[in-house]
Write a protein that binds this ligand. Structure first.
Ligand SMILES: [Zn+2]
Ligand SMILES: [Zn+2]
Ligand SMILES: [Zn+2]
Length: 1223
């Protein structure tokens, strides 16, 4: 059986299965089939919701969940610094005292800020902390910024932890705490907090009635830093009779005693700090002064007798009947409690006190760490520690993962980790993939570090994967599998610009292509299905999910599908549907399987009719295609990495004569594939691209054209909305003869059995210095498929306008010897010179490789097609489906070359004039005149030798797309009149058109070169173009006066644009803002001590105004000049061309991206356009085609115009069954 075993996880997990009670996961995972219960079922957790977890990406279902939570151990860390213990503090009754103003019992009690305030010695401050189980929430100060957990669910359970508190037994491993920051006002509590405003963080367990309130640190009277300073000071300067620790204690005890005496003995005397007694007990320093200052004992001059004073600390008033008295009582009492508590805790470690006997304190401080840890469920007796493998302890890369999952590594156990993960997914479904990613990182790290991963965790990962949980890596891989990314066949990144329909199409066609290799088709398709599912979930796309659900199938192979329905492969669709309905009726129990079989056949045959039937249950009949109007052009399915080829094939199809010629020769005979029909002499009578062709090329070309004719036939007659071109066709289109020969050389070495070329041509010996291969993009540092060549394409079609020339071998010899050329070669040199100049034109991007500069005109020779030098393979080769990556125009040339070669007429005896009979030449080639004049003053301008002229054929015009703000005329103007550098000399090169072709192809050269980075980049500049263009001004026959005038204006225009460019784009530019900034800097800065230079500032400001004004003038000037230019030619409209095709590249890389194509519905509906996007063909408005593309990465790289009145284009060419005579 070639049928894929049904993947059990996927099949067993059925999202439509209803859940039982909470906690019942039996319907959810496939663990049953693995012989032990799945991990998720072994974790005590409740409140999960199947719908939310399945549809985690859907904002509608997750709106009410409280968001991320934390487990008790992490909460413990969050409540307060985990290294600090919090203490409960209590005061002891004192012996009664009779002095005035003794603190009342109430005053002493409220010296502790609140019954729930805990003292932290390290902070010398208090933390409000309360935990309790209550069905009533504390009063909230505001609407929480994220939802509260379900209160009904919370009320059902008193606490997640502890026996007997839950009537139904514990259903959760531990609490899941959710934080609501500063949500509770402490003054609204009972008892209220009365020492000022205090907002508490609220933590709610989403599973039980427990909540917890906590404050930030409420600082003590003496700042913690000062306490530390005093303590450190004592430790480092111990008294002679005491240990350092005893010195610390004695110091604080003295301060405490001073406070004590003030409050309980009404001690009012000042404390002279200079006296030995004070110095012995406390010492004197700035730190001591500050300590006393904070507790209300300012340092004052004490009058001692008539003339002397001494420094003394003056005690504060404590009379409660005065406001100051009340205030200092409160401060003193709080300080008294805090210092006592501090001492109580500090004294607890008795060591290093020596003989020192601590004084009795009236305050007790007990560490409550165990109590509050127990209260919130973090105690070691509740959650054990130390189960994390040693290798992972303190492993920094995972810190984030533990934190995100809401737990701490020290409390790791597989149960707790699994619980943490599931609880996060339950309470924060939106971030399910984030949690899965971190869970995966932890488990994966265990594996990487060689640790044993508990079986339960492994199972959990498998279970979750079977629910399509993914990590960012998985997502990236999924995009890759679907064909996105740098090396993908789609040529685009999977970003937000890509719409769902595009993804579905990509998925479908990749699934269909998978059948091309039946061996791994099922596994490949399973991967594609999973990839789509991940992408669908990531995007939260219902459309993709539906496509996945409807079409994923179970992995049935086409063979099984046909045999299931018991139909032969050749069955027609009507019969197929009849049989299908019959079988379903006969065996209702097999209906699902039958349906699956039908859907597989629908996919394999790419049948829209079957798809429709499956979707609606209605057979749309043979008229399926009528959904797509019969007039609609057909799409071309993607064929792997064929990039721009579909655009090109669609383009060829719109050209009436080309299409007709191709169909006619294919119909004429397939027997011409037999090479015996033409002799070697026949071959010598014809040229293509200015050279002879080989027998092999003729055969190859005929094959290509036959395949193309088949495709065209389908495009005319096929009922399906799209057609898949033959792989062989794509190969022949994309791979040049040279590539192929090289491959053969690589493979076959010396095998010459098929190398008939050598026998065909006798003057092959001198290897040419130029061939196409040397200009291959792979050779240049700036590889690009968008087209990097400028005018070399023309040169291969050069015609003989120069005088008789030396034979190529002579020229090569001459060049080799580096001797002066023989006289006869002078004219040839002139031609070469022009070619050279063309190639080295300064405006060309540096992508023009040196090979181009060395280009020589070979057309006069009677030479065989050159064999390319061996190239070393670069790794980029593997990127392309067919070995090498050529640029668009190269591929186009290759197609045209083959069409022309295939159309050669070997039957006619006479040497035919191929130029006249070839539809390629007739349609695409015009003739231009190139004139090169020296600009150097040393050359006599009138001198004959300084002017070189020649005529060439051309099939493309080139517009360099570098800067913004140019329209098509501007671009062409630069093509037709340019300054080039040749041998260090500047020459003017003027081009004019002698003959115009019916189809004018204008390439927009978007590949530019950044000299700084040495990188090619794609220029996204917008070049404005319209529906019509008039070429009159570029004609050789154009009015010379107008030409001269427009040349002047053009020069002025260029100069003005240059200046604008320099002022805004050049080095140091833009100038105006730079000057302004400097002026502002000089006038406004206060940092540097610069002498104010008002003159400089004002002259800078003037300069800025000047520059700004100049820019305005220049910009205005360019607009005027542009208008003048248009005015000159406004009446010259005889060479009118209409836009017919627009080729678009989308992407920012020059060497890859997505390609599509617009064609105007000529001749019948010139305002309508079609967009050909691989398999999709849609009608679009003209506005879309002509839109300003500024800011987009989708812009034209080639425009095609058709000469008005030539009727060369017929965009829609479809068989119409209603007019049968068409057939
Ligand atoms: Zn603390
Ligand atoms: Zn709880
Ligand atoms: Zn929760």
């Amino acid at each position: 059986m070639d049928e894929e075993p049904i993947p059990d996880q996927h099949a067993a997990w059925d999202p439509t299965t209803a859940w039982g009670e909470a906690g019942d996961w039996s319907g959810v995972n496939s663990a049953d089939t693995w012989g032990e219960p799945g991990t998720t079922r072994r974790i005590a957790i409740d409140g999960r919701d199947e719908n939310e977890e399945v549809r985690w990406f859907d904002p509608a279902v997750r709106a009410l969940r409280p968001g991320p939570g934390v487990l008790p151990p992490l909460l413990a860390d969050m409540l307060h610094d985990p290294d600090h213990a919090l203490h409960s503090v209590s005061t002891q009754p004192r012996t009664p005292s009779t002095t005035p103003h003794v603190p009342t019992a109430d005053e002493v009690r409220t010296a502790i800020p609140h019954p729930n305030a805990y003292y932290c010695r390290e902070h010398n401050g208090w933390v409000f902390l309360q935990w309790r189980s209550s069905t009533v929430l504390p009063p909230l100060v505001k609407e929480p910024d994220h939802p509260l957990p379900d209160q009904a669910r919370r009320r059902r359970t008193t606490s997640c932890i502890g026996d007997g508190e839950q009537p139904f037994g514990p259903s959760n491993l531990t609490h899941h705490w959710h934080r609501y920051e500063k949500a509770v006002d402490a003054s609204k509590l009972n008892p209220p907090y009365t020492h000022g405003e205090l907002h508490l963080d609220l933590y709610l367990c989403c599973q039980c009635s427990m909540y917890c309130l906590v404050s930030d640190v409420i600082p003590g009277v003496i700042p913690a830093a000062l306490v530390d300073e005093f303590t450190r000071d004592k430790l480092s300067h111990p008294a002679l009779d005491k240990t350092p620790r005893a010195t610390v204690i004695a110091g604080w005890e003295t301060i405490l005693t001073i406070i004590d005496n003030r409050l309980w003995r009404d001690e009012k005397r000042s404390l002279p700090v200079g006296r030995a007694r004070f110095r012995n007990k406390v010492g004197w320093s700035d730190v001591v002064r500050r300590v006393f200052e904070t507790i209300g004992f300012p340092l004052e001059d004490l009058q001692q007798g008539e003339n002397s004073t001494e420094l003394a600390l003056s005690p504060p008033p404590i009379d409660p009947s005065t406001p100051e008295g009340r205030a200092s009582r409160t401060t003193l009492l709080r300080a008294w409690v805090e210092i006592s508590a501090w001492l109580a805790i500090y004294q607890k470690s008795k060591e290093q006190l020596g003989e020192y006997r601590c004084m009795d304190l009236h305050v007790k401080a007990e560490s409550e760490r165990d109590m509050y840890q127990t209260g919130i469920g973090a105690h070691v007796s509740q959650i054990s520690r130390g189960k994390l493998p040693a290798a992972l302890q303190g492993y920094a890369p995972l810190e984030e993962s533990w934190r995100v999952l809401g737990m701490t590594p020290s409390t790791y156990s597989w149960e707790l980790l699994a619980f943490a993960y599931l609880a996060q997914c339950r309470c924060d479904p939106a971030n399910t993939m984030v949690y899965f990613t971190h869970l995966w990182m932890i488990v994966n790290t265990m594996i990487q570090l060689g640790q044993n991963v508990p079986q339960e965790l492994q199972t959990l990962i498998v279970e979750e994967r079977s629910r399509f949980r993914f990590t960012p890596d998985d997502l990236q891989e999924a995009a890759k599998i679907l064909g996105f990314g740098r090396d993908g066949e789609l040529g685009v990144e999977l970003d937000d610009e890509v719409d769902d329909d595009f993804i579905v199409q990509a998925w479908r066609s990749a699934r269909q292509r998978a059948w091309q290799n039946p061996a791994d088709a099922t596994s490949r398709r399973a991967k594609l299905n999973e990839a789509l599912r991940l992408v669908a979930e990531h995007r939260g796309s219902e459309k993709l999910l539906k496509a996945w659900n409807d079409e994923k199938g179970s992995g049935m192979s086409p063979e099984t599908a046909y045999s299931t329905l018991e139909v032969p492969k050749e069955v027609d669709e009507t019969m197929l549907l009849t049989v299908y309905s019959m079988r379903v009726e006969d065996q209702p129990s097999q209906a699902e399987r039958m349906r699956e079989a039908l859907s597989v056949i629908a996919e394999v045959t790419n049948s829209e009719r079957l798809r429709k039937f499956l979707a609606t249950g209605q057979d749309p009949g043979d008229s399926t295609v009528s959904n797509i109007s019969p007039d609609m052009p057909r799409g071309l399915n993607q064929l792997g990495n064929t990039c721009y080829l579909n655009s090109l094939l669609q383009y060829f199809y719109t050209i009436k004569d080309l299409r007709a010629a191709i169909i006619s020769i294919a119909q004429a005979d397939s027997k011409t594939l037999d090479d015996s029909k033409f002799t070697d002499d026949d071959l010598k009578r014809h040229r293509v691209g200015g050279r002879l062709v080989t027998r092999r090329e003729v055969i190859r070309s005929k094959k290509f054209v036959n395949l193309l004719a088949d495709l065209f036939f389908n495009m005319e007659y096929c009922e399906n909305p799209s057609i898949t071109p033959e792989i062989e066709l794509a190969k022949l289109a994309l791979v040049t003869t040279q590539d192929e020969e090289e491959d053969d050389n690589d493979k076959a070495g010396t095998d010459s059995s098929n190398d008939t070329d050598a026998t065909l041509v006798d003057d092959m010996a001198p290897r040419p210095t130029y061939d196409r291969a040397t200009s291959s993009p792979l050779q240049s540092p700036t590889e690009s498929v968008l087209g990097k060549r400028s005018r070399d394409g023309d040169s291969s079609m050069d015609i003989d306008t120069a005088a008789p020339v030396s034979s190529p071998s002579e020229r090569v010899e001459a060049a080799a010897k580096n001797t002066p050329s023989p006289p006869a070669a002078n004219m040839q040199d002139a031609t070469d010179l022009i070619n050279d100049a063309v190639a080295s034109s300064s405006k060309l991007s540096p992508a023009e490789s040196p090979a181009d500069v060395e280009m020589k005109d070979e057309t006069q020779s009677n030479k065989a097609p050159p064999l390319p030098p061996r190239r070393t393979r670069t790794t980029d080769d593997s990127v392309m489906m067919f070995g090498r990556q050529h640029d668009v125009s190269e591929c186009m040339d290759n197609c045209m070359f083959q069409i022309e070669t295939a159309l050669l007429d070997f039957q006619g005896k006479e040497t035919s004039d191929d130029d006249k009979t070839s539809p390629i030449k007739r349609l695409f080639y015009g003739k231009k005149r190139q004139r090169l004049t020296s600009l150097s003053p040393k050359d006599d301008a009138g001198h004959q030798s300084s002017i070189h002229e020649k005529e060439d054929l051309f099939s493309h015009l080139h517009v360099n797309v570098a800067d913004e703000g140019f329209d098509l005329y501007d671009g062409l103007a630069r093509y037709f009149d340019d300054v080039v550098e040749l041998g260090g000399e500047k020459k003017r090169m003027e081009v004019s058109l002698v003959d115009l072709p019916p189809l004018l192809q204008i390439q927009l050269q978007r590949v530019q070169f950044n000299r700084e980075t040495q990188q090619a980049y794609k220029s996204q500049a917008y070049v404005k173009f319209g529906e019509t263009i008039y070429m009159d001004r570029f004609l050789d026959s154009a009015d010379p006066t107008k030409k001269a005038r427009s040349k002047e204006i053009q020069a002025e225009l260029s100069a003005a644009r240059d200046r604008v460019h320099k002022l805004t784009q050049g080095k140091h530019a833009p100038f105006a803002p730079a000057l302004k900034n400097v002026a502002e800097f000089l006038s406004g800065q206060k940092v540097l001590d610069l002498a104010p230079d008002d003159d400089l500032v004002s002259s800078l400001r003037n300069e800025e105004a000047l520059v700004t004004e100049q820019l305005r003038v220049e910009r205005e000037r360019t607009v005027q000049l542009k208008q003048q230019l248009e005015d000159i030619w406004k009446d010259d409209t005889s060479a009118a061309y209409e836009l017919t095709s627009v080729f678009i590249h989308r992407g920012s890389s020059p060497s890859w991206g997505h390609y599509f194509f617009y064609s105007r519905n000529l001749p019948n509906n010139p305002d309508a356009w079609f967009k050909y996007n691989d398999s999709d063909v849609t009608a679009v408005s003209k506005d879309e085609v002509l839109a300003d593309t500024t800011g987009s990465t989708a812009n034209p790289y080639m425009l095609v115009f058709v000469r008005k009145g030539t009727d060369a284009i017929e965009t829609v060419h479809r068989f119409n069954p209603e007019t049968v005579e068409d057939a």
